[in-house]
Design a binder for this molecule. Structure first.
Ligand code: BG6
Length: 472
Protein backbone atom coordinates (compact mmCIF):
# COMPACT_ATOMS: atom_id res chain seq x y z
CA UNK A 1 0.00 0.00 0.00
CA UNK A 2 1.52 3.32 -1.07
CA UNK A 3 0.36 6.18 1.13
CA UNK A 4 0.22 9.76 -0.16
CA UNK A 5 0.08 11.14 3.36
CA UNK A 6 1.31 9.58 6.60
CA UNK A 7 -0.71 9.61 9.80
CA UNK A 8 1.22 11.17 12.71
CA UNK A 9 2.51 9.06 15.58
CA UNK A 10 -0.02 9.17 18.45
CA UNK A 11 0.66 12.20 20.65
CA UNK A 12 1.26 10.12 23.79
CA UNK A 13 3.46 7.62 21.93
CA UNK A 14 5.88 5.91 24.34
CA UNK A 15 9.37 6.48 22.93
CA UNK A 16 12.05 4.80 25.02
CA UNK A 17 14.41 1.84 25.09
CA UNK A 18 14.92 -1.48 26.88
CA UNK A 19 17.31 -3.47 29.03
CA UNK A 20 17.08 -6.55 31.22
CA UNK A 21 18.27 -6.98 34.80
CA UNK A 22 20.77 -9.80 34.35
CA UNK A 23 22.36 -8.12 31.31
CA UNK A 24 22.66 -4.57 32.66
CA UNK A 25 22.60 -4.42 36.45
CA UNK A 26 25.70 -6.29 37.65
CA UNK A 27 25.93 -6.45 41.48
CA UNK A 28 25.03 -10.05 40.82
CA UNK A 29 25.36 -11.17 44.43
CA UNK A 30 25.25 -7.85 46.25
CA UNK A 31 22.87 -6.56 48.92
CA UNK A 32 21.26 -9.93 49.51
CA UNK A 33 20.59 -10.87 45.90
CA UNK A 34 20.43 -14.63 45.37
CA UNK A 35 22.05 -16.12 42.27
CA UNK A 36 19.92 -16.64 39.18
CA UNK A 37 20.42 -19.34 36.55
CA UNK A 38 22.42 -16.74 34.62
CA UNK A 39 24.89 -16.33 37.50
CA UNK A 40 25.61 -20.02 37.80
CA UNK A 41 25.72 -20.97 34.10
CA UNK A 42 28.95 -21.51 32.18
CA UNK A 43 29.17 -18.50 29.89
CA UNK A 44 30.14 -19.12 26.25
CA UNK A 45 33.91 -19.19 25.77
CA UNK A 46 35.47 -15.79 25.19
CA UNK A 47 32.55 -13.84 26.71
CA UNK A 48 32.30 -11.96 29.97
CA UNK A 49 30.51 -13.29 33.03
CA UNK A 50 27.49 -11.40 34.34
CA UNK A 51 28.90 -10.11 37.61
CA UNK A 52 29.26 -6.44 36.68
CA UNK A 53 27.63 -6.01 33.25
CA UNK A 54 27.03 -2.25 32.79
CA UNK A 55 26.90 -1.77 36.57
CA UNK A 56 23.50 -0.11 36.34
CA UNK A 57 22.79 -1.17 39.91
CA UNK A 58 25.27 1.48 41.07
CA UNK A 59 24.81 3.93 38.20
CA UNK A 60 21.05 3.99 37.65
CA UNK A 61 20.82 7.70 38.45
CA UNK A 62 23.31 8.59 35.75
CA UNK A 63 21.64 6.23 33.26
CA UNK A 64 18.14 7.56 33.90
CA UNK A 65 19.42 11.15 33.65
CA UNK A 66 20.86 10.32 30.22
CA UNK A 67 17.58 8.70 29.17
CA UNK A 68 15.77 11.84 30.32
CA UNK A 69 18.20 13.92 28.27
CA UNK A 70 17.18 11.88 25.21
CA UNK A 71 13.57 12.67 26.08
CA UNK A 72 12.48 9.13 26.96
CA UNK A 73 8.78 8.72 27.72
CA UNK A 74 9.32 5.17 28.98
CA UNK A 75 12.10 2.87 30.13
CA UNK A 76 11.61 -0.86 29.79
CA UNK A 77 13.62 -2.77 32.39
CA UNK A 78 13.16 -6.10 34.12
CA UNK A 79 12.99 -6.96 37.80
CA UNK A 80 15.43 -9.62 38.93
CA UNK A 81 13.38 -12.28 40.70
CA UNK A 82 16.32 -13.40 42.87
CA UNK A 83 17.13 -9.80 43.87
CA UNK A 84 13.60 -9.46 45.19
CA UNK A 85 13.19 -12.98 46.57
CA UNK A 86 16.67 -14.51 46.85
CA UNK A 87 15.45 -18.12 47.06
CA UNK A 88 12.67 -17.53 44.54
CA UNK A 89 10.02 -18.23 47.20
CA UNK A 90 9.85 -17.19 50.84
CA UNK A 91 11.68 -14.22 52.34
CA UNK A 92 11.65 -10.94 50.44
CA UNK A 93 14.94 -8.99 50.29
CA UNK A 94 14.33 -5.43 51.59
CA UNK A 95 17.37 -4.17 49.68
CA UNK A 96 15.84 -5.54 46.49
CA UNK A 97 12.59 -3.69 47.13
CA UNK A 98 14.60 -0.56 47.90
CA UNK A 99 16.59 -0.77 44.67
CA UNK A 100 13.54 -1.09 42.42
CA UNK A 101 11.69 1.59 44.38
CA UNK A 102 14.64 3.89 43.72
CA UNK A 103 14.80 2.96 40.06
CA UNK A 104 11.06 3.50 39.56
CA UNK A 105 11.09 6.78 41.47
CA UNK A 106 14.07 8.01 39.50
CA UNK A 107 12.18 7.32 36.25
CA UNK A 108 9.07 9.09 37.53
CA UNK A 109 11.12 12.09 38.59
CA UNK A 110 11.70 12.73 34.87
CA UNK A 111 8.17 11.66 33.79
CA UNK A 112 9.56 8.45 32.35
CA UNK A 113 6.91 5.73 32.54
CA UNK A 114 8.41 2.50 33.93
CA UNK A 115 7.59 -0.49 31.68
CA UNK A 116 8.43 -3.51 33.80
CA UNK A 117 9.25 -6.99 32.50
CA UNK A 118 8.54 -9.51 35.22
CA UNK A 119 10.72 -12.31 33.90
CA UNK A 120 13.62 -11.90 31.54
CA UNK A 121 15.61 -15.16 31.32
CA UNK A 122 16.70 -15.17 34.99
CA UNK A 123 15.11 -17.94 37.03
CA UNK A 124 16.44 -17.92 40.62
CA UNK A 125 19.12 -20.62 40.87
CA UNK A 126 17.37 -22.05 43.95
CA UNK A 127 14.27 -22.70 41.83
CA UNK A 128 16.33 -24.01 38.96
CA UNK A 129 17.52 -26.72 41.36
CA UNK A 130 13.90 -27.56 42.09
CA UNK A 131 13.16 -28.13 38.41
CA UNK A 132 12.54 -24.58 37.21
CA UNK A 133 9.52 -24.26 34.88
CA UNK A 134 9.46 -28.06 34.64
CA UNK A 135 8.08 -28.20 38.16
CA UNK A 136 4.33 -27.59 38.25
CA UNK A 137 4.87 -25.53 41.39
CA UNK A 138 6.57 -22.92 39.17
CA UNK A 139 3.08 -21.57 38.45
CA UNK A 140 2.62 -20.69 42.13
CA UNK A 141 6.19 -19.42 42.46
CA UNK A 142 5.66 -16.98 39.62
CA UNK A 143 2.24 -15.86 40.85
CA UNK A 144 3.75 -15.17 44.28
CA UNK A 145 6.62 -13.19 42.73
CA UNK A 146 4.08 -11.18 40.72
CA UNK A 147 2.06 -10.48 43.86
CA UNK A 148 5.16 -9.14 45.63
CA UNK A 149 5.82 -6.85 42.66
CA UNK A 150 2.20 -5.66 42.39
CA UNK A 151 2.05 -4.98 46.14
CA UNK A 152 5.29 -3.05 46.26
CA UNK A 153 5.40 -1.25 42.92
CA UNK A 154 1.82 -1.34 41.63
CA UNK A 155 1.06 2.13 43.03
CA UNK A 156 3.50 3.60 40.46
CA UNK A 157 3.98 1.06 37.64
CA UNK A 158 1.16 1.21 35.09
CA UNK A 159 2.62 -1.05 32.39
CA UNK A 160 3.68 -4.65 32.97
CA UNK A 161 5.12 -7.31 30.68
CA UNK A 162 4.87 -10.94 31.77
CA UNK A 163 7.59 -13.18 30.28
CA UNK A 164 10.20 -11.93 27.84
CA UNK A 165 10.49 -14.09 24.72
CA UNK A 166 8.80 -17.20 26.03
CA UNK A 167 9.11 -18.52 22.47
CA UNK A 168 12.90 -18.20 22.59
CA UNK A 169 13.04 -19.85 26.02
CA UNK A 170 11.27 -22.75 24.37
CA UNK A 171 13.03 -22.81 20.99
CA UNK A 172 16.62 -21.95 22.01
CA UNK A 173 16.60 -22.18 25.83
CA UNK A 174 20.01 -23.88 26.24
CA UNK A 175 21.68 -21.17 24.16
CA UNK A 176 20.45 -18.42 26.47
CA UNK A 177 21.16 -20.49 29.57
CA UNK A 178 17.64 -21.17 30.69
CA UNK A 179 16.25 -24.56 29.74
CA UNK A 180 16.42 -27.06 32.56
CA UNK A 181 16.26 -30.65 31.29
CA UNK A 182 16.12 -33.25 34.05
CA UNK A 183 18.67 -36.04 33.96
CA UNK A 184 17.48 -39.11 32.12
CA UNK A 185 14.81 -37.20 30.19
CA UNK A 186 14.02 -39.23 27.07
CA UNK A 187 11.64 -36.84 25.32
CA UNK A 188 13.20 -33.38 25.44
CA UNK A 189 10.54 -31.83 23.22
CA UNK A 190 7.75 -33.01 25.52
CA UNK A 191 9.65 -31.75 28.56
CA UNK A 192 10.22 -28.41 26.85
CA UNK A 193 6.55 -27.95 25.96
CA UNK A 194 5.51 -29.06 29.44
CA UNK A 195 7.65 -26.25 30.83
CA UNK A 196 6.17 -23.95 28.23
CA UNK A 197 2.66 -25.00 29.32
CA UNK A 198 3.48 -24.11 32.93
CA UNK A 199 4.66 -20.68 31.77
CA UNK A 200 1.42 -20.21 29.84
CA UNK A 201 -0.70 -21.11 32.87
CA UNK A 202 1.46 -18.86 35.09
CA UNK A 203 1.17 -15.99 32.62
CA UNK A 204 -2.62 -16.30 32.41
CA UNK A 205 -2.90 -16.31 36.21
CA UNK A 206 -0.64 -13.28 36.53
CA UNK A 207 -2.60 -11.30 33.93
CA UNK A 208 -5.81 -12.05 35.83
CA UNK A 209 -4.15 -11.16 39.15
CA UNK A 210 -2.90 -7.87 37.75
CA UNK A 211 -6.43 -6.89 36.70
CA UNK A 212 -7.75 -7.87 40.11
CA UNK A 213 -5.09 -6.11 42.21
CA UNK A 214 -4.34 -3.14 39.95
CA UNK A 215 -7.48 -2.26 37.96
CA UNK A 216 -5.79 0.75 36.37
CA UNK A 217 -2.66 -1.06 35.23
CA UNK A 218 -2.10 -2.68 31.86
CA UNK A 219 -0.35 -5.96 31.21
CA UNK A 220 0.77 -7.89 28.15
CA UNK A 221 3.13 -10.60 26.91
CA UNK A 222 6.50 -9.90 25.23
CA UNK A 223 7.35 -12.63 22.72
CA UNK A 224 9.86 -12.30 19.88
CA UNK A 225 7.72 -12.06 16.76
CA UNK A 226 9.18 -12.35 13.26
CA UNK A 227 6.89 -12.96 10.35
CA UNK A 228 7.92 -16.10 8.44
CA UNK A 229 8.14 -15.83 4.64
CA UNK A 230 7.78 -18.73 2.23
CA UNK A 231 10.97 -19.20 0.17
CA UNK A 232 8.91 -19.06 -3.06
CA UNK A 233 5.32 -19.10 -4.28
CA UNK A 234 5.37 -22.90 -4.34
CA UNK A 235 2.34 -24.02 -2.36
CA UNK A 236 4.55 -26.39 -0.32
CA UNK A 237 6.74 -23.48 0.77
CA UNK A 238 3.64 -21.59 1.88
CA UNK A 239 2.55 -24.54 4.01
CA UNK A 240 6.03 -24.66 5.56
CA UNK A 241 5.80 -20.93 6.35
CA UNK A 242 2.45 -21.51 8.04
CA UNK A 243 4.02 -24.32 10.08
CA UNK A 244 6.90 -22.22 11.31
CA UNK A 245 4.70 -19.15 11.86
CA UNK A 246 2.55 -21.29 14.15
CA UNK A 247 5.50 -22.86 16.01
CA UNK A 248 7.51 -19.64 16.36
CA UNK A 249 4.94 -16.88 16.53
CA UNK A 250 1.20 -17.43 16.62
CA UNK A 251 1.08 -20.14 19.25
CA UNK A 252 2.43 -17.67 21.84
CA UNK A 253 0.02 -14.89 20.96
CA UNK A 254 -3.00 -17.17 20.41
CA UNK A 255 -2.35 -18.44 23.91
CA UNK A 256 -1.82 -15.04 25.53
CA UNK A 257 -4.80 -13.44 23.80
CA UNK A 258 -7.31 -16.27 23.34
CA UNK A 259 -6.06 -18.82 25.88
CA UNK A 260 -6.08 -21.57 23.25
CA UNK A 261 -3.39 -23.80 21.77
CA UNK A 262 -2.78 -23.05 18.10
CA UNK A 263 -4.02 -26.06 16.11
CA UNK A 264 -0.91 -26.35 13.89
CA UNK A 265 1.36 -26.22 16.93
CA UNK A 266 -0.78 -28.86 18.61
CA UNK A 267 -0.58 -31.10 15.51
CA UNK A 268 3.22 -30.66 15.51
CA UNK A 269 3.35 -31.69 19.18
CA UNK A 270 1.09 -34.69 18.58
CA UNK A 271 3.30 -35.76 15.69
CA UNK A 272 6.32 -35.63 18.03
CA UNK A 273 4.58 -37.29 20.97
CA UNK A 274 5.15 -34.08 22.90
CA UNK A 275 1.76 -32.69 23.91
CA UNK A 276 1.88 -31.27 27.45
CA UNK A 277 -0.17 -32.71 30.29
CA UNK A 278 -2.99 -30.50 31.55
CA UNK A 279 -4.05 -30.35 35.17
CA UNK A 280 -7.77 -30.09 35.88
CA UNK A 281 -8.78 -26.43 35.54
CA UNK A 282 -5.92 -25.44 33.20
CA UNK A 283 -8.23 -24.75 30.27
CA UNK A 284 -10.27 -22.34 32.36
CA UNK A 285 -7.15 -20.64 33.72
CA UNK A 286 -5.74 -20.19 30.23
CA UNK A 287 -9.00 -18.67 29.07
CA UNK A 288 -9.13 -16.31 32.04
CA UNK A 289 -6.00 -14.25 31.30
CA UNK A 290 -6.44 -11.34 28.92
CA UNK A 291 -3.69 -8.96 27.87
CA UNK A 292 -4.45 -5.25 27.46
CA UNK A 293 -1.78 -4.87 24.81
CA UNK A 294 0.88 -6.87 23.01
CA UNK A 295 4.55 -6.18 23.62
CA UNK A 296 6.84 -7.77 21.04
CA UNK A 297 10.51 -7.90 20.13
CA UNK A 298 11.41 -7.68 16.44
CA UNK A 299 14.85 -8.11 14.92
CA UNK A 300 14.20 -9.69 11.51
CA UNK A 301 11.91 -12.00 9.58
CA UNK A 302 12.56 -15.68 8.92
CA UNK A 303 12.33 -17.53 5.61
CA UNK A 304 11.52 -21.20 5.16
CA UNK A 305 11.04 -23.74 2.39
CA UNK A 306 9.23 -27.07 2.39
CA UNK A 307 10.96 -29.76 4.40
CA UNK A 308 12.54 -32.60 2.45
CA UNK A 309 12.53 -34.76 5.56
CA UNK A 310 16.27 -34.51 6.26
CA UNK A 311 16.40 -31.38 8.46
CA UNK A 312 17.95 -31.70 11.88
CA UNK A 313 17.67 -29.14 14.67
CA UNK A 314 20.91 -27.18 14.77
CA UNK A 315 21.83 -26.83 18.47
CA UNK A 316 23.97 -23.76 17.68
CA UNK A 317 21.10 -21.77 16.13
CA UNK A 318 20.09 -18.61 17.98
CA UNK A 319 16.96 -16.51 18.41
CA UNK A 320 16.89 -15.18 14.87
CA UNK A 321 17.70 -18.31 12.87
CA UNK A 322 15.01 -20.60 11.46
CA UNK A 323 16.70 -23.95 11.93
CA UNK A 324 14.49 -26.45 10.19
CA UNK A 325 12.62 -29.49 11.43
CA UNK A 326 12.06 -32.62 9.39
CA UNK A 327 8.50 -32.79 8.16
CA UNK A 328 7.69 -29.17 9.02
CA UNK A 329 10.01 -26.56 7.49
CA UNK A 330 13.54 -25.91 6.26
CA UNK A 331 15.13 -22.61 7.31
CA UNK A 332 16.96 -20.74 4.57
CA UNK A 333 18.79 -17.42 4.17
CA UNK A 334 16.71 -14.76 2.46
CA UNK A 335 18.76 -13.71 -0.62
CA UNK A 336 17.03 -10.29 -0.66
CA UNK A 337 18.35 -9.20 2.72
CA UNK A 338 21.70 -7.99 4.05
CA UNK A 339 23.01 -9.03 7.45
CA UNK A 340 24.48 -7.36 10.53
CA UNK A 341 28.10 -7.97 11.55
CA UNK A 342 26.71 -10.71 13.78
CA UNK A 343 24.86 -12.47 11.00
CA UNK A 344 21.27 -11.36 11.68
CA UNK A 345 19.29 -10.43 8.60
CA UNK A 346 18.05 -6.84 8.33
CA UNK A 347 14.45 -6.45 7.15
CA UNK A 348 12.69 -3.13 7.90
CA UNK A 349 9.71 -3.76 5.55
CA UNK A 350 9.34 -7.11 7.35
CA UNK A 351 8.77 -5.07 10.51
CA UNK A 352 5.78 -3.44 8.84
CA UNK A 353 4.39 -6.76 7.64
CA UNK A 354 4.90 -8.30 11.08
CA UNK A 355 2.98 -5.42 12.72
CA UNK A 356 0.19 -5.61 10.10
CA UNK A 357 -0.17 -9.37 10.49
CA UNK A 358 -0.28 -9.17 14.28
CA UNK A 359 -2.84 -6.41 14.26
CA UNK A 360 -5.12 -8.17 11.83
CA UNK A 361 -4.99 -11.32 13.99
CA UNK A 362 -5.38 -9.80 17.48
CA UNK A 363 -6.65 -6.21 17.19
CA UNK A 364 -4.82 -5.10 20.34
CA UNK A 365 -2.58 -2.06 20.77
CA UNK A 366 1.08 -2.97 20.39
CA UNK A 367 4.37 -1.75 21.79
CA UNK A 368 7.75 -2.68 20.38
CA UNK A 369 9.74 -3.93 23.36
CA UNK A 370 12.97 -4.63 21.41
CA UNK A 371 14.45 -3.85 18.00
CA UNK A 372 18.05 -2.95 17.33
CA UNK A 373 21.44 -3.58 15.86
CA UNK A 374 24.33 -5.33 17.63
CA UNK A 375 27.69 -3.97 16.44
CA UNK A 376 31.37 -3.55 17.36
CA UNK A 377 31.23 0.14 18.37
CA UNK A 378 34.50 2.00 18.90
CA UNK A 379 35.19 4.82 21.35
CA UNK A 380 37.39 7.43 19.65
CA UNK A 381 40.24 9.29 21.35
CA UNK A 382 38.02 12.33 21.75
CA UNK A 383 35.23 10.41 23.46
CA UNK A 384 32.86 9.93 20.50
CA UNK A 385 31.12 6.86 19.13
CA UNK A 386 30.21 7.13 15.47
CA UNK A 387 27.47 4.58 14.82
CA UNK A 388 25.79 5.62 11.54
CA UNK A 389 24.92 1.94 10.90
CA UNK A 390 22.70 1.95 14.02
CA UNK A 391 21.04 5.22 13.06
CA UNK A 392 20.37 3.82 9.60
CA UNK A 393 18.95 0.58 11.01
CA UNK A 394 16.65 2.35 13.49
CA UNK A 395 15.59 5.01 10.99
CA UNK A 396 14.49 2.41 8.47
CA UNK A 397 12.51 0.54 11.13
CA UNK A 398 10.83 3.67 12.46
CA UNK A 399 9.85 4.62 8.88
CA UNK A 400 8.21 1.22 8.48
CA UNK A 401 6.44 1.51 11.83
CA UNK A 402 5.13 4.89 10.68
CA UNK A 403 3.77 3.24 7.53
CA UNK A 404 2.18 0.51 9.64
CA UNK A 405 0.46 3.19 11.75
CA UNK A 406 -0.83 4.73 8.54
CA UNK A 407 -2.03 1.23 7.55
CA UNK A 408 -4.30 1.50 10.59
CA UNK A 409 -2.29 -0.52 13.12
CA UNK A 410 -2.51 0.69 16.70
CA UNK A 411 1.01 1.32 18.04
CA UNK A 412 1.58 2.51 21.62
CA UNK A 413 5.33 2.85 21.70
CA UNK A 414 8.78 1.90 20.58
CA UNK A 415 11.57 0.65 22.85
CA UNK A 416 14.66 -0.39 20.92
CA UNK A 417 17.27 -2.69 22.40
CA UNK A 418 19.06 -1.24 24.21
CA UNK A 419 19.12 1.94 26.26
CA UNK A 420 22.64 1.25 27.52
CA UNK A 421 25.35 -1.13 26.27
CA UNK A 422 25.01 -4.44 28.08
CA UNK A 423 26.03 -8.09 27.84
CA UNK A 424 24.46 -10.02 24.97
CA UNK A 425 22.69 -13.31 25.62
CA UNK A 426 25.59 -15.35 24.23
CA UNK A 427 27.94 -13.02 22.34
CA UNK A 428 29.39 -10.97 25.15
CA UNK A 429 30.02 -7.28 25.68
CA UNK A 430 31.47 -6.65 22.22
CA UNK A 431 28.01 -6.99 20.68
CA UNK A 432 26.81 -3.52 21.61
CA UNK A 433 23.28 -2.22 21.12
CA UNK A 434 23.00 0.90 23.29
CA UNK A 435 22.48 4.61 22.68
CA UNK A 436 24.76 5.04 25.71
CA UNK A 437 28.25 3.60 25.43
CA UNK A 438 29.75 1.89 28.48
CA UNK A 439 33.51 2.07 28.79
CA UNK A 440 34.47 -1.54 29.42
CA UNK A 441 35.73 -4.42 27.34
CA UNK A 442 34.90 -8.06 27.41
CA UNK A 443 37.18 -8.79 30.38
CA UNK A 444 38.65 -5.40 31.31
CA UNK A 445 36.13 -3.38 33.34
CA UNK A 446 37.98 -0.09 32.66
CA UNK A 447 36.12 3.00 33.97
CA UNK A 448 32.53 1.94 33.21
CA UNK A 449 31.98 5.59 32.33
CA UNK A 450 29.06 6.51 30.07
CA UNK A 451 29.43 8.23 26.65
CA UNK A 452 26.76 9.51 24.29
CA UNK A 453 26.90 7.76 20.91
CA UNK A 454 25.95 9.62 17.71
CA UNK A 455 22.70 7.62 17.80
CA UNK A 456 21.98 9.20 21.21
CA UNK A 457 21.77 12.69 19.68
CA UNK A 458 19.84 11.39 16.69
CA UNK A 459 17.24 9.57 18.83
CA UNK A 460 16.81 12.68 20.96
CA UNK A 461 15.70 14.56 17.83
CA UNK A 462 13.44 11.72 16.76
CA UNK A 463 11.67 11.81 20.12
CA UNK A 464 11.48 15.62 20.24
CA UNK A 465 9.77 15.61 16.84
CA UNK A 466 7.50 12.67 17.79
CA UNK A 467 8.98 10.60 14.99
CA UNK A 468 8.72 13.23 12.26
CA UNK A 469 12.41 14.14 12.00
CA UNK A 470 14.54 11.10 11.20
CA UNK A 471 17.39 13.01 9.58
CA UNK A 472 20.97 12.94 10.93
C1 BG6 B 1 16.43 -10.77 22.68
C2 BG6 B 1 16.49 -10.77 24.18
O1 BG6 B 1 16.43 -12.09 22.25
O2 BG6 B 1 17.42 -10.17 21.95
C3 BG6 B 1 17.58 -9.91 24.79
O3 BG6 B 1 15.25 -10.46 24.75
C4 BG6 B 1 18.80 -9.98 23.90
O4 BG6 B 1 17.81 -10.35 26.09
C5 BG6 B 1 18.45 -9.39 22.54
O5 BG6 B 1 19.95 -9.40 24.43
C6 BG6 B 1 19.60 -9.36 21.58
O6 BG6 B 1 20.11 -10.65 21.43
P1 BG6 B 1 21.64 -10.96 21.65
O7 BG6 B 1 21.73 -12.44 21.52
O8 BG6 B 1 22.36 -10.24 20.59
O9 BG6 B 1 22.00 -10.48 23.01
Amino acid sequence: MLHKKLKPFPKDFLWGASTSAYQVEGASLEDGKGPSCQDVKTVPEGTSDLKVCADQYHRYKEDIALMAEMGFKTYRFSISWSRLIPEGTGAVNPKGIEYYNNLINECLKYNIEPLVTMFHFDMPAALDKRGSWGNRESVDWFVNFAKVMFENFGDRVKYWLTINEQNMLTLVGPLIGTLHVPEGCTNILKETYQQNHHMMVAQAKVMALCHEMLPNAKIGPAPNISLVYPASCKPEDMLAAQNYNAIRNWFYLDMAVWGKYNNLLWAYLEENDATPDFEPGDEEILASGHPDFIGFNYYNTATVAASDGTEKLDPGADQQQARGEAGFYRGIDNPNLTKTEFGWEIDPPGFRSTIREMYSRYRLPMIVTENGLGAYDKLTEDGKIHDPYRIEYLRRHIEQMHLAITDGCEMMGYCPWSAVDLISTHEGMVKRYGFIYVDRDEFDLKTLDRYRKDSFFWYKKVIASNGEDLTD
